[in-house]
Design a protein around this ligand. Structure first.
Ligand code: ZN
Length: 422
């Protein structure tokens, strides 16, 4: 399987180089708009014929090289394809910000110290901050794609897609299944095939996000242009911080489990359902975005390290007893964060129940036959309520159930994972 990440590097350009890069990006942007006008009015979507029609004009109007002209046409046509594939026909894409798409080895090349780039006045060589980039220069392993030159606050960045091969993780090779429940009190609660539960406290995060929410509230009342600027800054800072937290959590989760692990998460694709799972007074935390971010990071990292992530239907994961399969809303006491099965009396932390049910669903995903036979034996046994989900891998769970010991994490904002066996 192939994985692609975006490596972002900052260029160390001199004032003169900055001016040149800026001019090139502006010319590129203007050429894009020119070509976009042509494509829109002529309904011509083919690289070859567009090139034939506009090549000369673009080159003489904007003074860009032949390679760059081809790149402009590619960029514009790609934008039209994106619009078409999202079902929004009849829209003319316009290119507002200066930009520059660079084809690897034609418009740009990169060696260990210098980034070489094509500009309006020929190639220039710009040094860059290469820390963390060294690993990608193994040409047998990594390939660079078409990168983007981006300017933010007078600083220039290069966004390079780096593609590399990762080992496939076949279902038949999976050794370990981990149910991962996302939440507010615990960012994640996990339950694995050894019957170990893990908790990552969300308390510090809750506090910090509440602090941000208060700051936002105060600024929103003011309604001045400086308060709006600050609002945006705070929002960006909060997002970066939350992404960093998610990065740490997902990395610890994936690396604390062996290769060939199946991570099972709830499919929260409906934003509403993600919000509805949260108590009203906690809604300011706006979980959906950060839940989704965490999910993407777990997915990416599990692929990178030879594991796999799946998403399952979240229905009843918090109401079903992992021991007997009895499903009832009142099994769970949301206020006390406790789950007590109304049928068999099994008691545990409610987030842990979610993780246990996800773990069970992961096993069902791997061995559907085992579940069918479980269902047959369930039918013979005592009936566990009218709306019971008879999907429980009972034998599997029975060995694994136990009480969680929740270790309190100290008030740092960077979460650490604690894995507690029982
Ligand atoms: Zn029960």
């Amino acid at each position: 399987m192939e994985l692609t990440i975006t490596a972002k590097i900052q260029l160390v350009a001199t004032e003169e180089q900055k001016k040149l890069l800026s001019e090139t990006m502006t010319a590129y942007r203007n050429s894009c708009n020119y070509v976009s006008d042509y494509v829109f009015s002529n309904h011509d979507y083919k690289q070859f014929s567009v090139q034939k029609a506009v090549y000369k004009q673009v080159r003489s109007l904007y003074k860009i090289g032949s390679q760059m002209t081809c790149s402009v046409i590619k960029t514009v046509l790609a934008r039209y394809r994106t619009i078409k594939s999202s079902g929004l026909n009849g829209i003319k894409p316009s290119f507002k910000l200066p930009q520059y798409d660079l084809v690897w080895n034609r418009d740009y090349s990169l060696n260990k110290n210098v980034f070489s780039v094509n500009t309006l006045e020929g190639r220039i060589k710009v040094p860059y901050y290469s820390k963390g980039m060294e690993q990608y220069f193994d040409k047998d392993k990594y390939t660079f794609g078409t990168s983007k030159l981006v300017c933010k606050k007078d600083k220039y960045f290069l966004h390079i897609p780096v593609t590399f091969e990762v080992p496939d993780c076949n279902d038949s090779e999976i050794q370990n299944v981990v149910g991962v429940d996302r939440g507010i009190n615990f960012i994640i609660t996990t339950y694995d095939s050894n019957g170990k539960s893990g908790f990552v406290s969300g308390r510090a995060i809750k506090h910090r996000r509440a602090k941000y929410a208060n700051m936002r509230k105060e600024l929103q009342i003011r309604k001045t242009s400086s308060s709006r600027r600050r609002l945006k800054r705070i929002g960006n800072r909060e997002n970066r911080w939350m992404q960093d937290v998610n990065h740490c959590v997902s990395k610890a989760l994936v690396l604390n489990n062996p290769k060939n692990t199946l991570f099972v998460l709830e499919d929260l694709s409906g934003v509403r359902s993600a919000t509805e799972r949260v108590k009203r007074k906690n809604r300011y935390v706006s979980v959906s975005w950060s839940f989704y971010d965490l999910e993407c990071k777990i997915d990416y990292k599990s692929k990178k390290y030879g594991s796999k992530m799946i998403k399952v239907d979240p229905a009843y994961t918090s109401q079903t007893c992992p021991k007997c399969g009895h499903t009832e809303r009142s099994n769970r006491n949301k206020k006390k964060h406790i789950f007590v099965c109304k049928n068999c009396g099994y008691t545990s932390n409610d987030d842990r129940i979610g993780a246990m049910n996800l773990h069970r669903m992961g096993i069902e995903y791997l061995v559907p036959d085992a579940v069918a036979s479980e269902q047959a034996s369930d039918a013979r046994g005592p009936v566990s309520g009218p709306d019971a989900t008879p999907r429980c891998c009972e034998n599997n769970m029975r060995q694994n159930v136990g009480e969680p010991k929740i270790r309190k994490l100290r008030g740092s904002c960077k979460p650490t994972t604690s894995v507690i066996g029982n």
